[in-house]
Ligand binder design. Structure first.
Ligand code: AVJ
Length: 348
C-alpha cells in the first residue's frame, strides 16, 4: 500500500501498486479460469474497468440513448439544496463509491465548498484511470478541497471507512452502480455499508427504474456499437493482461432484458466453434457456435423494491429524488441503529 501526500492535502491510496498489482492480475486470472470453466460461462463485470474500459464507459455516458447519466445529473442539479441541507454543519466525509470521472460529484462539491463546510472528498474506484483523472481535475478546480482517493474495490473502501474517525459520513453510490449486484449481493453490500457507518449517517443511492423495454434495450445495444466495444474489451483485457488469444470478430455483444427480475443482461456470444488459449493460465477454452459468456447484470428496480431493500438492510428512506421523467431515482437513506436491535443480533 502506498500513500502520496501533496501540498493541498490530496492522498491517493493505491493498494494495487507494487505487490498488489500482481495480486489484482492474479485475481483476474483466477476469475477468468473459474468463470470460463463453468458450464454457463461467465466473466465478472467488475473487470470491465481497466483504462480502456473506463474510457469506453465514459463514451457510453455521453450517448443520448444511455439515459441514466443525464437523468441523474438533472436530479442532482434540481435537488442540490435539499441534499446540502441534509449534511448539517459538522465536519464529514463525502465518500463516493465508483465516482467515474467525477462529473456528478462536482454538482454537490461546489455548493458544499461555497457553504464553507469542512469535509474530505473520498472517491473509491477500482479504475486507476478515473482516480487519476479526478485528482488532477479537482486539484485544479477546487484548490482548497481535501481529497482522499482510494484505488480499491468497494469492500476495501468500506473497510477504510470503518477505520475512520467517528466523523459523519455521507455515502454516494450513484449511477445505478448497485445494478451490477444481484439482489443478494446488493443486500450483502448494503448491510456491510450499514455496519461501517454511524447512526444517522446518510447514503444517497442511484437506482435505475423499471421502464419501457425498448428504451432499456436501446441503452444497452446502442446503434454505434460502443456498448459492444465496452463488453468486448473484457476479451481484449484477457489478451493484454493474461496472454489470451481471443479474436473479437468471432464474438458478438448481446444485451437482453429479463422483465421479471428486472435484469438487463449482457453477453458475449461465440459466432462459431472455436478454442481459445490463454497462456497466462495455461489453459484453452472451447466455445460452441452461439454459446454465450455472461458478462454483466444491470438490475432495474421498482420503488417498492428499493423501500424493501432499505428496510431489510437497516436504513430508513428519507426521500426519493427523481428526474423530470421519473426514469431514475436517487434515494436518500439514513442509518438506523438502535441499541436493542443490536443486542438481539449479537444474542443469536
Ligand atoms: C456503470 C454499472 C451503472 O450498468 O448501466 C453501461 C455499466 N454497462 N452500459 C450500467 C454499463 C453497459 C453501467 N454501470
Amino acid at each position: 500500500m502506498t500513500e502520496t501526500h501533496t501540498a493541498n492535502s490530496i492522498t491517493i491510496v493505491d493498494p494495487n501498486e507494487f505487490e498488489a498489482s500482481f495480486s489484482e492480475r492474479d485475481r483476474f486470472a483466477l476469475e477468468v479460469l473459474v468463470g470460463l470453466s463453468e458450464s454457463r460461462k461467465r466473466l465478472p463485470s467488475r473487470f470491465m474497468y481497466d483504462d480502456e474500459g473506463s474510457r469506453l464507459f465514459t463514451r457510453i455516458t455521453e450517448m443520448d440513448v444511455y439515459y441514466p447519466t443525464e437523468c441523474e445529473i438533472e436530479t442532482l442539479r434540481r435537488n442540490v439544496d435539499r441534499i446540502v441541507s441534509t449534511v448539517g454543519s459538522e465536519p464529514f466525509n463525502l465518500v463516493e463509491f465508483g465516482p467515474g470521472n467525477g462529473r456528478k460529484a462536482r454538482i454537490l462539491i461546489e455548493p458544499l465548498l461555497e457553504a464553507g463546510l469542512e469535509f474530505d472528498y473520498v472517491p473509491i474506484d477500482i479504475a486507476r484511470e478515473y482516480i487519476d483523472e479526478i485528482v488532477t481535475a479537482f486539484r485544479e478546480s477546487y484548490p482548497t478541497l481535501s481529497i482522499k482517493a482510494l484505488v480499491s474495490d468497494y469492500f476495501a473502501g468500506l473497510k477504510w471507512l470503518t477505520g475512520q474517525s467517528n466523523r459523519k459520513n455521507i455515502g454516494l453510490f450513484l449511477g445505478s452502480n448497485i445494478g451490477n449486484f444481484s439482489h443478494a449481493e446488493a443486500r450483502i453490500f448494503l448491510r456491510n455499508m450499514w455496519s461501517s457507518l454511524n447512526p444517522d449517517d446518510t447514503v444517497i443511492i442511484g437506482f435505475d427504474l423499471k421502464k419501457d423495454i425498448e428504451m432499456l434495450l436501446l441503452a444497452y445495444n446502442d446503434p454505434g456499437g460502443i456498448t459492444a466495444e465496452f463488453n468486448l474489451n473484457l476479451l481484449r483485457r484477457i489478451n493484454r493482461e493474461i496472454g489470451g488469444h481471443f479474436d473479437c470478430a468471432k464474438f458478438r455483444h448481446f444485451g437482453t432484458y429479463d422483465v421479471f427480475s428486472g435484469g438487463m443482461e449482457s453477453y458475449l456470444v461465440s459466432k462459431e466453434d472455436q478454442t481459445v488459449a490463454i497462456d497466462g493460465i495455461g489453459r484453452s477454452f472451447s466455445f460452441k457456435a452461439w454459446e454465450p459468456i455472461h458478462t454483466e447484470y444491470s438490475y432495474k428496480y421498482l420503488i417498492s423494491d428499493i423501500e424493501q431493500l432499505a428496510r431489510d438492510t437497516g436504513f430508513v428512506v428519507k426521500e426519493h429524488l427523481f428526474d423530470s421523467n421519473d426514469w431514475f431515482v436517487d434515494s436518500i437513506w439514513t442509518v438506523h441503529k438502535d441499541g436493542n436491535a443490536d443486542g438481539d443480533a449479537s444474542a443469536c
